[in-house]
Ligand binder design. Structure first.
Ligand code: FAD
Length: 304
């Protein structure tokens, strides 16, 4: 139980995607400015499908490094690139002072559901990519985790084995695909710990900006929409104000539930929007703190 007399601490991190227009760039930076005072442990920037945002991801990560006190993490995938090309991207990040890569295999170039064929001269899987980064630089390396299994996964043994290989190769943290039923996450954590995996498995929280879009996206990536969740958004498609209030409540309840079970780190999929994430953090007791010092490892937030 968290009380003001005994403040607990927790950490948040925020995920953004690289903007592709001036307008989107303005929205992104407005969101970063609003969320930065919450003192995130790190902020990550995604890599477009098939490596399509290579330059934009790099520019955004570099701007975060140069213009803010935040610790940026660059997502990087193996898709459509040779090992030499991927190594060059990693080295450029290291040179720019970026200390954290989110290492991923990436979706098949023909889209989710199609067969994944690795680039003939590229890293064949995520564990290979992690090992290559680890061999070149002493960076933080985060990887993905799937509490409801990846859609390509044949069974749980394979699923956990793939995670274990990434950890053995040098991953220091896993961030989960978003999920809406916390019991899926708890069961997954049990499987992970039974396999002797000890790195933090940080829950990925997706605030529902649009239930319709999230439901569509969830279908593609194998995340389940519980009927009770769908019922809470029923009839709100044309009522954005109520939709937003419900979304804040739903996500705050989810995070509060995880926190009651002792989870202390949360990764938010922001979609480059700040209002919902800020409101959820506020509901959880987080308040903007004094401007943090420029260091990779930020102090955790005090819950008031
Ligand atoms: P892995 O974890 O390496 O593998 C995924 C799954 O595939 C495994 O869990 C397993 O089920 C199966 N699998 C892998 N290897 C084998 C094998 N040898 N035999 C049998 N089964 C196997 N995509 C992007 O394009 N850009 C991003 O920026 C991005 N960021 C992401 C961030 C997070 C936190 C998460 C959870 C996902 C992200 N993705 C991103 C999506 C990700 O690229 C896709 O889910 C992709 O299909 C798998 O990549 P991965 O690194 O998760 O793969």
């Amino acid at each position: 139980m968290i009380t003001p007399q005994q403040p607990a601490t927790f950490n948040v991190s925020f995920e953004f995607f690289p903007p592709k227009s001036e307008k989107m760039e303005k929205t992104l930076w407005a969101s970063i400015e609003r969320l930065a005072p919450l003192n995130p442990k790190f902020v990550s920037v995604t890599y477009g499908a098939g490596g399509s945002t290579r330059e934009r991801t790099h520019r955004t990560v570099q701007a975060l490094k140069q213009r803010t006190h935040l610790a940026p993490a660059a997502h990087l995938t193996c898709v459509n690139a040779s090992c030499v090309e991927v190594d060059a991207v990693v080295d450029a990040y290291a040179e720019a002072g970026v200390q954290h890569i989110v290492a991923l295999r990436g979706d098949p170039p023909d889209g989710i559901g199609s067969r994944y064929d690795a680039h003939p001269d590229g890293y064949q899987n995520t564990a290979d990519l992690v090992a290559a980064i680890r061999a070149r630089h002493a960076m933080e390396i985060s990887v993905s985790a799937y509490p409801e299994r990846h859609p390509e996964s044949p069974d749980w043994d394979t699923e956990i084995d793939v995670l274990k290989r990434k950890v053995d190769a040098g991953a220091t943290r896993a961030i989960t695909q978003f999920f809406f039923d916390n019991t899926d996450y708890y069961r997954y954590i049990d499987r992970v710990s039974d396999a002797g995996i000890t790195i933090p498995i940080v829950p990925g929280i997706a605030p529902i900006h649009s239930f319709k879009s999230v439901a569509r996206f969830a279908k593609g990536c194998g995340a389940r929409i519980p009927a009770a969740l769908a019922a809470r958004f029923d009839g709100l498609d044309a009522d954005p104000k109520t939709h937003e209030l419900v979304a804040a409540t739903v996500a705050a309840e989810q995070v509060e539930g995880l926190r009651r079970q002792g989870i202390r780190d949360f990764h938010f999929y922001t979609m480059n929007k700040s209002d919902l994430v800020f409101a959820i953090c506020h509901l959880l007791g987080m308040r903007p703190s004094a401007p943090p010092v420029a260091s990779a490892e930020k102090p955790a937030i005090a819950v008031v």
